[in-house]
Design a protein around this ligand. Structure first.
Ligand SMILES: Nc1ncnc2c1ncn2[C@@H]1O[C@H](COP(=O)(O)OP(=O)(O)OP(=O)(O)O)[C@@H](O)[C@H]1O
Ligand SMILES: [Mg+2]
Length: 418
């Protein structure tokens, strides 16, 4: 499973000569996006290789020189004018999506643009950096994705750093994000087999990071960061929040709490202690989203149903109950055994004690075994979604059951920030 990759190169660029501690003290602003959690935990110097002094013009020139020296032909250093040209000046007609950090536009490069660059569609992310924090995430993305190559990680083709502009150029993923497929009404429903394939692919991406020469913690695993190619192969994108794992005898890294509501592990939210098991927790949440077709956090639902974990937990341990919360868009067409195993796996992943969560390698094994279940035909048509039953086909009895259950209190974030 381990993909061969080049030995990890510490990033020791001249522009990064300021020690993390000093520089991080300047970060007065957290990520201004839906990914933000809190500004309460003091920023700690955990990413020393990625510090930088300022955003002045001379510094952006230095950054370019350093990146070019570090990555050579592996990454293309694009000019802003080139990226403007291939996206028709970042026109809304070419808009692929928008995150908390800016817009993503489709573009086309041709082989004449750069030597060795093949003609292809690309996705250009235009970061609205508005300060050092955005620059830091841009740099983290370049450094992580510039070095890590794996079939389940999106390929970074190049970057642009001009004055205060920061852009990233990725391979284009024709089927967009898992989020769009699962939750956007316009999209076709994903069949059970495809959901399983996506979960397995994404798990392989995370396992690769956790087992890399130097452990990498992804920290922002969620459906919008799982992109799909034309065959629904899953690839992880967005490494702006990724962190190097603990070294030596350390069990965790301590960091400012950042991530996305509904996906972050409770111990990380409350203590800032980050481990690979934090990613496993987020993976469990995404498994629940694949099963139920519901968002990790959905403020448009009644209060008791807004937090997917709290709402779904009482249904996860029996097939009979589970079918009440299965995504109605599956139309009952799924393997009963497979969904039950996946629900149990999700439950393990979201264990409150990180030690009780499985490793990504074990998760892959479980998910791959599910592909052999052939009980689809038995399920087909047996439990049609009734119009009378509630959202997701939850019968009134099911709701009563969930009301009676003891729920864990949700993570201590400020709901106004979502
Ligand atoms: N390489 C790509 N190919 C095709 N579409 C992409 C690509 N990268 C991003 N997108 C689209 O752009 C959207 C926005 O992505 P972006 O990473 O900026 O934000 P996000 O993941 O939705 O939110 P957040 O800012 O919280 O991470 C994605 O959901 C996806 O639909
Ligand atoms: Mg994203």
């Amino acid at each position: 499973m381990r993909e061969s990759s080049k030995p990890w190169r510490p990033f020791t660029a001249n522009c990064c000569s300021v020690e993390g501690q000093t520089v991080f003290g300047n970060f007065s602003r957290c990520r201004p996006s839906k990914s933000e959690f809190s500004k309460d935990i003091a920023p700690l110097p955990s990413f020393r290789r990625l510090s930088f002094s300022d955003l002045s013009r001379s510094s952006s020139i230095r950054i370019n020189e350093d990146l070019a020296q570090s990555f050579g032909a592996d990454l293309y250093d694009f000019q802003l004018s080139e990226l403007r040209a291939i996206t028709q000046n970042f026109s809304s007609n070419f808009l692929l999506g928008e995150g908390g950090f800016g817009t993503v536009h489709k573009g086309y490069v041709d082989e004449n643009m750069r030597q060795g660059l093949k003609a292809q569609a690309v996705a250009v992310k235009l970061l609205d950096i508005e300060g050092l924090q955005g620059h830091r995430e841009w740099l983290a993305e370049v450094i992580f994705l510039g070095q890590l190559r794996h079939p389940n990680l999106v390929k970074l083709i190049g970057y642009c750093c001009e004055d205060e502009e920061r852009l990233l150029v990725y391979e284009f993923m024709p089927r967009g994000s898992l989020e769009n497929h699962l939750f956007k009404r316009m999209s076709m429903s994903l069949p059970w087999g495809t959901r399983l394939k996506i979960a397995t692919g994404a798990a392989k991406g995370l396992a690769f990071l956790h087992e890399a020469e130097k452990t990498v913690i992804y920290r922002d695993f969620k459906t919008s960061n799982v992109l799909l190619d034309s065959d629904f192969n899953a690839k992880l994108s967005d490494f702006g929040l990724a962190k190097m794992g603990p070294e030596g005898s350390d069990t965790h890294v301590t960091t400012r709490v950042m991530g996305t509501y509904g996906y972050a592990a409770p111990e990380y939210v409350s203590t800032g202690h980050l481990t690979t098991k934090s990613d496993v927790y987020s993976f469990g949440v995404v498994l629940l989203e694949l099963l139920t077709g519901r968002r990790a956090m959905d403020k448009s639902r009644p209060k008791s149903e807004q937090n997917l974990i709290d709402w779904s937990k009482p249904y996860l341990t029996s097939s009979r109950r589970l079918r009440c919360i299965m995504d109605p868009r599956l139309g009952g067409q799924y393997s009963v055994k497979g969904t039950k195993q996946m629900a149990l796996l999700a439950l393990q992943c979201i264990s409150l004690n990180p030690k009780d969560r499985p490793k990504m390698a074990a998760i892959i094994e479980t998910l791959e075994a599910l592909q052999n279940y052939k009980d689809m035909a038995v399920t087909r048509g047996q439990w049609p979604v009734s119009q009378k039953s509630g959202r997701n086909g939850v019968a009134p009895r099911g709701r009563a059951e969930s009301r009676g259950a003891v729920f864990r209190k949700s993570a201590p974030f400020n709901p106004k920030k979502t």
